[in-house]
Design a binder for this molecule. Structure first.
Ligand code: G1P
Length: 293
């Protein structure tokens, strides 16, 4: 492939969507800034990339998304005030977010689909492998999901998508892969279908928004025609790539939350709150109270 000797140093996070599924919350703030407990969703995603060894984050944005850029900058007024009030811990929480990564923003000026959003990142990625993390999917795992994929990419010298098994009735919510299993967790991908009907699905292995790809994907995306929903689909670009070069699918370890869905969001909120030592017992009490037991 010619790019695999390079480290994966960059990640693309598409964040140009209108967030209509979360109205009215998203009327004036980007959906990516909605917090799971007290951490904005986008920060959970950026932290996964950073914990995977990535420092340069290419954010694909749109109008009215500047709060995301401010969040990953320093906030001098806030941090100086906290320092002067001797609230060092809080000041450090704010500063550490500013230090964690370099954010490179590129506007997707027309909403032409996820594949088009990824193609917008080409000038910032250039000719090196990169990760993609979709912001609605939170993956809780000891080794970050993106790191698991980077390890496969480096070992197998091939592009790789993260997959998880879903019930047949849910395949129509995802990009689905089909191909030959190389071992119980790894598939050589031969075909991909965006949101298939259950009867046309090549398998029940779904892509919940994690990818580590060769930069060749940009060429394939340039030749990808609008597909499902009239949009340029990343899944269709990957189908073109899979015909020409090796593409793998890896069943990663971890629990995935669909935080772009209201119930998935509540599920993630409860799970992440229960993991916080200072909140866990209080949250359990609240749940008992609401369930009347
Ligand atoms: C997108 C992708 C799909 C993927 C999904 C994961 O769909 O097009 O292939 O499986 O994200 O969340 P969306 O959920 O944006 O419609």
């Amino acid at each position: 492939m010619g790019h695999t000797n390079l480290h994966v140093r960059k990640a693309v996070i598409p964040a140009a969507g209108l967030g209509t599924r979360f109205l009215p919350a998203t009327k004036a703030i980007p959906k990516e800034m909605i917090p799971i407990v007290d951490v904005p969703m986008i920060q959970h995603i950026v932290e996964e990339a950073v914990r995977s060894g990535i420092r340069d984050i290419v954010l694909i944005t749109a109008r009215n998304k500047s709060a995301i850029e401010d969040h990953f900058d320093f906030n001098y007024e806030l941090e100086d005030t906290l320092d002067r009030k001797n609230k060092k811990d809080l000041a450090e929480i704010s500063k550490s977010i500013g230090r964690c990564c370099n954010l490179i923003s590129i506007r997707q000026k027309n909403p032409l689909g996820l594949g088009h959003a990824v193609l917008c990142a080409e000038p910032a990625i250039g000719n090196e492998p990169f990760a993609i993390l979709l912001g609605d999917d939170l993956i809780d795992s000891k080794i970050p999901c993106t790191k698991q994929l980077i390890d496969i990419f480096e070992k197998e010298q091939a592009s790789v998508v993260g997959v998880m098994e879903v019930p047949a009735k849910e395949v129509s919510k995802y990009g689905i892969v089909g191909g030959k299993m190389l071992n119980p967790k790894l598939m050589h991908v031969e075909n991909l279908v965006e949101k298939p009907a259950p009867e046309n699905s090549p398998s029940r292995l779904a892509i919940p928004g994690r990818y580590v790809l060769s930069p060749h994907i940009f060429e394939y995306l340039k030749h990808t025609h609008p597909g499902k929903g009239g949009e340029i689909q990343l899944t269709d670009g990957l189908q073109l790539l899979a015909k020409k070069e090796k593409l793998l699918a890896y069943q990663f370890d971890g629990i995935r939350y669909d935080a772009g869905d209201r119930l998935g969001f509540i599920d993630a909120t409860i799970a992440y709150a229960l993991r916080r030592p200072e909140l866990a017992s209080g949250v359990k009490e609240l749940l008992k109270k609401h369930l009347g037991s």
